[in-house]
Design a binder for this molecule. Structure first.
Ligand code: NCD
Ligand code: ZN
Length: 356
């Protein structure tokens, strides 16, 4: 880390770190895919690509075909590797999963409780029905990524993560302790505590937007649909717990942006879609959070080391250099895609970091 002057972190001018990975990304398909892909490959070397397309990516063959579509949308020699996931359904074949993992077609399997989020209708209603798949995955070391919310209409939307941990995740971990699990986009202090104390087989991704916004940002002084995502941002104390976990250097917390593009028309409507699009400014925003927490020293662990270690993958070789400017950086408000415009996350604070 070079410093422009001797003194505090605010004067740090440049930081070079191994190229980051995004451990939770929605790339979509077709016109949205080609529109949003350049935003992720600018800063990230790899991304764990979510399978909630319509129809979802449920078989090894689907994952292979989807990977080919992503690869054909990449510019030549981009150096970017999409890491594929399978969408777990109650009819997923354990042997198909084992073969896909063994062949390197998939990196993980994603569990969506049916009805919990965007395009989760084909997900899991009863976890006991997918036990044979999960047991097979534990046996071969294939990680399970979970959308950690119960979809039940009688559970308050702000409590759905804590209820999931208590009623679904904890019993599952007791039943299959060897299964490697990532609690995706953790949003609560309870989730952070559970993962922090959970042992080597449990990790969590943290998004950019949950480090920066709480539920007031969505609801106070006018409703802001571009801050609406699932799991929904919680109270301030939860945001503070997420920031503490992210900057702690704890090896089982790492970045998964959950960058989830939806066209403006699908967000700014009477029943808007859940999802925040952060691919464009994710890395600068995270750097700002770490600077503001006085923790630039753990930035590389969160962005570039911890996730790869948990997934048992080598770290990247290439690097990126972040520069701290004197003036706030500017990011596009919106990106154009052939499917329609997508609004870029507004961090709501000045971001002084850019990536060369
Ligand atoms: C995601 C999407 O749009 O696909 N939306 C979201 O609010 N995060 C789905 C998901 O990860 O829950
Ligand atoms: Zn997601």
């Amino acid at each position: 880390m070079d410093k422009a002057d001797a003194g505090g972190q605010a004067e740090t001018a440049h930081i070079t770190i191994l190229r980051p990975d995004d451990w939770h990304l929605h790339l979509r398909d077709g016109g949205l895919l080609s529109g949003v892909l350049p935003e992720s490959i600018r800063h990230f070397a790899r991304a764990l690509v979510m399978p909630n397309l319509q129809p979802p990516v449920v078989t090894a063959r689907d994952a292979l075909n989807y990977r080919k579509r992503i690869e054909s949308a990449l510019p030549p020699e981009s150096g970017f590797s999409p890491l594929m996931t399978l969408y777990l359904t109650e009819s997923t074949d354990p042997e198909d999963v084992a073969a896909a993992h063994g062949d390197g077609v998939i990196t993980a399997v994603k569990l969506y409780p049916a009805g919990a989020t965007t395009h989760s209708e084909s997900g899991v209603r009863e976890v006991h029905r997918v036990m044979p798949v999960l047991e097979r995955m534990a046996g071969i070391g294939c990680p399970l990524c979970v959308h950690g919310e119960v979809p039940d209409s009688d559970v308050d939307v702000f409590d759905r993560e804590s209820v999931f941990i208590e009623n679904v995740l904890d019993p599952l971990r007791r039943e299959i302790p060897d299964l490697r699990i990532v609690l995706e986009h953790v949003t609560t202090a309870e989730g952070v505590d559970y993962v922090g104390g959970g042992g080597d087989s449990l990790a969590a991704t943290i998004t950019v937007h949950h480090l920066l916004i709480n539920r007031n940002h969505i609801l106070a002084g006018g409703i802001r649909p571009h801050y609406y995502c699932l799991p929904v941002a919680k109270r301030e104390r939860h945001r503070l717990a997420l920031r503490e976990a992210a900057v702690s250097g704890h090896p089982r917390f790492f970045l998964g942006t959950d960058s989830a593009p939806h066209c403006v028309a699908d967000k700014e409507t009477a029943k808007g879609c859940a999802g925040v699009f952060t691919a464009t400014n994710a890395v600068p925003c995270v750097a700002q959070v770490f600077e503001d927490e006085g923790s630039l020293g753990t930035l590389e662990a969160f962005l570039s080391l911890n996730g790869a270690a948990f997934y048992g993958l080598p770290t990247n070789h290439s690097t990126i250099t972040l520069t701290r400017q004197h003036e706030p950086a500017s990011f596009p408000a919106c990106i154009g895609t052939t499917a329609g415009p997508v609004v870029v996350f507004d961090p709501g604070i000045d971001i002084y970091w850019t990536v060369a």
